[in-house]
Each structure stands twice: as C-alpha cells, then as structure tokens.
Design a protein around this ligand. Structure first.
Ligand SMILES: Cc1cc2nc3c(=O)[nH]c(=O)nc-3n(C[C@H](O)[C@H](O)[C@H](O)COP(=O)(O)O)c2cc1C
Length: 386
C-alpha cells in the first residue's frame, strides 16, 4: 500500500495548445516552450489526466500495456506536457498562471515567438534577392486610384524638432570612443524617467514619462548594458525610473561580445551602450484582463525605443534598434523569468564615426544611396512652397 502511494501521479499542464503543422500533430506547452509530436489518440490521454492519476489508472481503462503507458507518460512529463507529482512545478508555469484570462492567446504568442533562430544576414540578403526574382514585393505605398485627391503644402521643416526627426537614422558603424555619463543620463531620463506623478483616487500614485502609456500603467523597464561609458564600469544595470539612478546587476570584467545577446548583429559591436526594454506584465494585467492588452505592451516598447533614438540623434550620437535578441540569454543575465517580465526590444548608441555621412550599413558594405523625396519636405525650409 505504502509503495503504491509513492508511485508518481501525473496531471495535464493547464498551458497546452494542440495544433497540426505539416501534417504532424503537436502539443505545445506555452508556459515552458516544450513541444512534442504526438499521435492523435494522445488527446484522449491528456483529457483523462485533467486530474492527478497514476500510469496504472490509465492502463486499467485502456488496452495499452502498463510499461508502454509509463514510458509515454515519462516522455510527456519530460516535454512538460504533463506535470509529475515527484517533480517541482516549473517557475514559468507558476508565472504563466498569473496571466489568467490573457491565456491561451497571449501566452501562446508570447512563448511561440521567443528564442527564434536567426539566419546569417549575408545568406538572408541572398535569399531575399532570389525571392524577389519570382515573388513580387508588395506595393510600398497604398493609393486609391479613383479617389479625389489634392497635393498638400510641403512640410517647412524649420527648427530643431523637425531637424532631429528628419535626421534620425539607424547607424551600424561607430567610433571607438566612449559616450559620456551625461549623455547616457539624458537618454535614460528623457526616454524612461518618471518626470511627473499624479494621484488617482483610490489607486495611489501613477507615473508619467515622455511616452504615452495605456492607463498610465507604464509596464516598460529599461536595463542598460554599459560597454564604453565614461565613469561607468562595463556591465548590466537597471535604470531606476523614479530616482533616475542605475542599479548594478552584473559587472563585466572582461568585454562581452554583442553576439551573446544579439546573435548575427556583429555590426553593433562598436556600440557604447545598449538598452533592453522589458515589460512587467502584471502592471497591465491588473487593469486589463483581456489578451488584447498584450499588444499594447509591444506598442509601449516601440514608443520608448523611438524616443531613445530621437534623443540620441539630438545629442549628435549614432542610435539603432534591434529585435534580433537572444531572449532567454538576456533574461538569464538580467534575472528575469521571461513570463512575469520579459525582454521585448533593444536600442543602442555609439559615437558617430568621423565625416558627415550617415553610416547605415556595416563597415565594408557599400553605403546606402539615399535620395530625398521633395514632395513631402521642402528642401529649403526658408522658402514657402506649395
Ligand atoms: C521592430 C524593428 C526591428 C528591427 N530589427 C533590426 C535588426 O534586427 N537588426 C538591424 O540591424 N536593424 C533592425 N532594425 C532597424 C531597421 O533595419 C531600420 O529601421 C530600417 O532599415 C530603416 O532605416 P532607418 O532606421 O535608418 O530609417 C529594426 C527596426 C525595427 C523598427
């Protein structure tokens, strides 16, 4: 009797999505990322294991021999499709349980799009050129052929604000010199610093930043990877948005290659500082209990990233942004579980190399040939045009 009690019991993970891909039936645990190809009758097994059961309880109900059931259950538990009574619950499953009504739509999208394999950029460009020979690119601009239309007066880009907007570009070459701590502070303060608080009746104080935020929840956190910043040791830091300070999480005593966090992005090796934008989902989930709100967290990261790039342009630095991230690696080093808080986006900055030209292409590639579209912006802002 005592022996029977120690037998492992199994229960279906509450975070499973089942779908077919290329003819194969897949069961995907969207909390842990575990995926297994299974035969269709597995759905019946998973249905049975809605509550805790032993292998023999399942074998007794079916014609499947007990050793085969045990093997199958073990395999499924290893792929995290079943929880086992003799193993601790995974941290990710515990965190995913707090996503509640956001699941399964948001939870599945969140993990199914993480940690993807990026192809070699040179090979990627080659593949795109080949594709363009057989598959036409979609139109770059939408138009309504038969609609009434009129040309608008060209934009008179006078003053600092349009100058900064129009000169923002993605830079992929940098000088080796460090950026100043003042510049980093300005970037962080104007991008993610809380510059005002407002008291909301019955809910306490809410932060306000230069970017808008749904319900002023501000789910975005900023982490700094300092590489060459005057007066700041290389390493990973958290930007404390209310105090405008940096909290050190990890010192980098030896240089860390960009490849560690951004595989295939070697052109950003010269960046002096890189910031990771993460989202603390609970801030949104507390108010917005439906999956659509997940989209808003992505949008918020975009707002802040654009602000970062514009501030860097205004400071005369060379900004960039990238989504080619090694999600789990970054999160491990920052101490995030990837579910209650996960990295979404990165931006970086370096000192501009000598010369006037924007360096959008990695060193060694032919420069991007840009031509102005004079229909939008008046090239001589002091003359009024129509
Ligand atoms: C969501 C997003 C993801 C991007 N990811 C990458 C990336 O992985 N690597 C990269 O070098 N640039 C990346 N970029 C930069 C774009 O390549 C760049 O914005 C585009 O070529 C237009 O050039 P511009 O920024 O100078 O206007 C990304 C931009 C955005 C908005």
């Amino acid at each position: 009797m005592a022996r029977a009690r120690s037998l492992p019991r199994y229960r279906r993970s509450p975070f499973l999505v089942i779908y077919w891909r290329a003819g194969a039936l897949l069961v995907h645990n969207y909390a842990t990322g575990g995926v297994a190809t299974v035969p269709p009758r597995t759905a019946e097994l998973l249905d049975f294991f809605a509550d805790w059961h032993t292998a023999s309880e399942f074998a007794d109900r079916t014609a499947v021999p007990l050793p085969a059931v045990r093997r199958l259950l073990k395999t499924m538990a290893n792929a995290s499709l079943l929880q086992s009574s003799d193993a601790p619950r995974s941290v990710r499953e515990k965190a995913m349980a707090r996503w509640e009504a956001w699941n399964p739509a948001a939870g599945f999208f969140h993990t199914a799009t993480r940690d993807v394999r990026f192809i070699d950029p040179v090979e990627g460009q080659r593949a795109l050129r080949r594709k363009a020979q057989t598959v036409a690119l979609p139109a770059r601009v939408k138009r309504y052929r038969d609609a009434w239309s009129r040309d608008l007066p060209r934009v008179r880009a006078v003053g600092e604000f349009p100058r900064v907007l129009l000169s923002r570009r993605t830079w992929r070459q940098f000088a080796r010199s460090p950026i100043t701590l003042d510049a980093l502070a300005t970037l962080l303060g104007l991008t993610g610093g809380i510059h005002q608080w407002a008291a909301v009746r019955g809910q306490g104080d809410f932060p306000f930043k230069t970017s808008p935020s749904g319900g002023a929840r501000h789910p975005i956190e900023i982490y700094v990877w300092a590489r060459r910043v005057d007066g700041l040791a290389p390493g990973l830091y958290h930007y404390r948005a209310d105090r405008h300070s940096l909290e050190r999480l990890r010192a980098h005593r030896r240089p860390v290659s960009v490849k560690r966090y951004m595989p295939t992005q070697s052109w950003y090796e010269g960046a002096a500082a890189i910031v990771f934008f993460s989202s603390v989902y609970a801030r949104y989930q507390w108010k917005y209990t439906y999956a659509r709100a997940y989209r808003a967290t992505l949008i918020e990261a975009g707002h802040q990233c654009q602000t970062f790039c514009l501030v860097a342009t205004w400071l005369g630095l060379a900004p960039f942004c990238t989504m080619a991230l090694a999600d789990s690696q970054i999160e491990r080093d920052l101490g995030l579980d990837g579910v209650s808080e996960s990295v979404l986006y990165a931006a970086g900055v370096g000192v501009r190399p000598r010369g006037d030209a924007v360096r959008s292409k990695p060193a060694g590639s032919p420069p991007l040939r840009m031509r102005p579209n004079r229909r939008v912006v008046d090239p001589s802002p002091n003359s009024r045009s129509s």
